[in-house]
Design a protein around this ligand. Structure first.
Ligand SMILES: Cc1cc2nc3c(=O)[nH]c(=O)nc-3n(C[C@H](O)[C@H](O)[C@H](O)COP(=O)(O)OP(=O)(O)OC[C@H]3O[C@@H](n4cnc5c(N)ncnc54)[C@H](O)[C@@H]3O)c2cc1C
Length: 371
């Protein structure tokens, strides 16, 4: 029986980032995955690497993580499609322009450059947007990445530093001494990281995670149809609301020329099948903002499950009741962005170093109200 410094459960982008980081610190790491690499929520996300301003803690983690993506940018192979397309938060009317100004003030006070676009500038920046939209806020520093190849890149980086990957290996139980597999094999470890995504609470019921289903649509190739990630300003209402079902206009240019269209959020929808009613709501919303989207051909529609926590912040750090078990889960719609920051925070905690950003807001021991 071999003992590892760290066993990581789950080889989505979060587990892969943790493996790469901890192996880079010189620790011996075993990465266990029930299926195959990046076949969970990571396979279904949108890849927007975005700095969010909805809370100071969300800002700290997303901006720290975005910086880590940029630092790694030169290493990322072309297949990761890491591109600085920027985000435009689209304001439909004058009332939303007030929110544009508030957002600008927030970003500027946190050293993120932004530009307010009036109606004319917005149309110049994105000619396919509907006429009559009031304007928007351009955040140039945001990026997109193709998260599947990025996860594989992180795993390769980890493997070069000696990480052992075992796929098709399901963990049944996590203890302070290691893990017990479904086939009852025990593996001992100095510490265990639960990075099992939407299934993390099955192994650690202390984590309050609920799944939130999302739909995405991808089109054929239409080079230049969209230039920036475009999101309606009402997006946060959808992301943070407790409504059972919600949709928001959110469109992403892929380097292939394809257009990736989102997004929906549904609590209590547990099956993977495409819900045509939700897709119709999503597309109607998108056509209001970008009427010419109607003329594009979609090639695929799929669904995925975000791992949502009651306060919209992930669980990063030691799980209460354990000495050696850590969580890296509950990243909702931001886990691709925050995977690198999560890994860095956990490495600092495990190596007993001072973290680059305060770790307290993400600790699983924090108290928050139930969903
Ligand atoms: C529609 C949609 C759009 C999104 N858009 C964005 C976006 O634009 N930007 C962004 O930053 N994020 C986005 N996200 C969120 C992002 O995709 C997730 O937060 C992220 O992929 C989560 O990664 P993960 O590694 O935690 O989970 P997962 O990818 O689900 O990985 C967890 C892994 O653990 C494995 N596992 C589970 N249980 C066990 C067990 N018992 N034993 C062994 N292995 C186990 C699973 O098989 C899985 O592979 C989006 C998500 C959705 C659904």
């Amino acid at each position: 029986m071999k003992s590892f410094d760290v066993v990581i459960v789950g080889a989505g982008i979060v587990g892969a980032a943790c493996a790469a980081r901890l192996a880079g610190e010189g620790l011996s790491v075993l990465l266990l995955e029930a299926n195959d690499v990046a076949t969970g929520t990571t396979a279904t996300g949108m890849g927007h690497v975005v700095v969010m301003d909805d809370s100071e803690a969300q800002f700290a983690l997303t901006s720290y993580s975005q910086k880590l993506w940029k630092d790694m940018g030169a290493e990322l192979p072309g297949g990761c499609e890491f591109e600085h397309c920027g985000t435009i938060w689209v304001a439909a009317d004058e009332e939303e322009i007030i929110e544009v100004r508030r957002k600008k003030e927030f970003y500027e006070s946190h050293n993120i450059e932004t530009e307010i676009l009036d109606e004319k500038r917005l149309r110049e920046a994105e000619p396919n947007l509907a006429e009559g939209l009031a304007g928007g806020l351009l955040v140039e520093s945001d990026a997109v990445v193709y998260q599947l190849t990025a996860t594989r890149f992180l795993i390769e980086k980890a493997s070069k530093n000696g990480v052992v990957l075992r796929t098709r290996t399901q963990v049944k139980e996590i203890t302070d001494n290691g893990v017990i597999l479904k086939n009852n094999e025990t593996i001992s470890a100095g510490c265990v990281i639960n990075a099992a995504g939407a299934a993390a609470a099955d192994l650690s019921p202390q984590l309050k995670i609920k799944t939130r289903k999302g739909h995405l649509i991808i089109t054929e190739r239409y080079k230049g149809f969209v230039r920036h990630q475009l999101i309606e300003l009402g997006y946060l209402k959808s992301a943070h609301g407790n409504e059972r079902d919600s949709v928001a206009f959110n469109v992403q240019p892929r380097s292939t020329g394809q257009v990736l269209l989102g997004s929906s959020r549904q609590f209590g929808a547990e099956t993977t099948e495409v819900d045509n009613k939700i897709v119709r709501r999503m597309t109607s919303r998108a056509f209001e903002y970008m009427p010419k989207l109607r003329t594009l051909s979609a090639v695929r529609i799929w669904t995925g499950f975000r791992a949502a926590t009651p306060d919209n912040l992930p669980y990063i750090g030691k799980i209460p009741g354990f000495n050696n078990v850590y969580a890296a889960a509950g990243h909702e719609g931001l886990g691709i962005t925050t995977s690198l920051g999560t890994a860095a925070l956990l490495a600092d905690e495990i190596m007993k170093r001072r973290p680059s950003i305060p770790a307290e807001p993400y600790l699983p021991s924090r108290t928050h109200s139930e969903h």
